[in-house]
Write a new protein. Sequence first.
Length: 152
Amino acid sequence: MGFDTIDKKLIQLLQTDSKLTNKALANALNLSVTAVYERIKKLENQGVINGYVALVNKEKVDKTFLAYCHVKLEKHSQDYVMKFEKDVANLSEVMECYHLSGDYDYLLKVVVKDMVAFREFMVNKLTTINHIGSTHSMFVINEVKHSTVIPV
């Protein structure tokens, strides 16, 4: 999908602050408010913009323990894969889940309060999912960079 310079700048501005008004966007892009509105609607209708969210400070909601978990399934049948993906999608602690190539099948990004909460998550939730062969977890010591902005 091709974007002109204005679309790229508009996408960048919205990723940086989605609460900018159409008037503020129009001023930044040197367009009319109507033109900005129409471009945003076009990007939404094309599925380029999927939604708008509030980014929450983990410290303020007491969810500062971040772990990455590798998961290996017992076997790779379609049934096992579909069941695992359905089950893991329902775990609120899992922020992201990726099906991978390599030694492990999945990578999960897990956010909880602390190590006690992580152990509870592992014992009572994740490892109760059928057909998990093994897991390997890593804990974040320091977040060096975190961005939600996708370059366009």
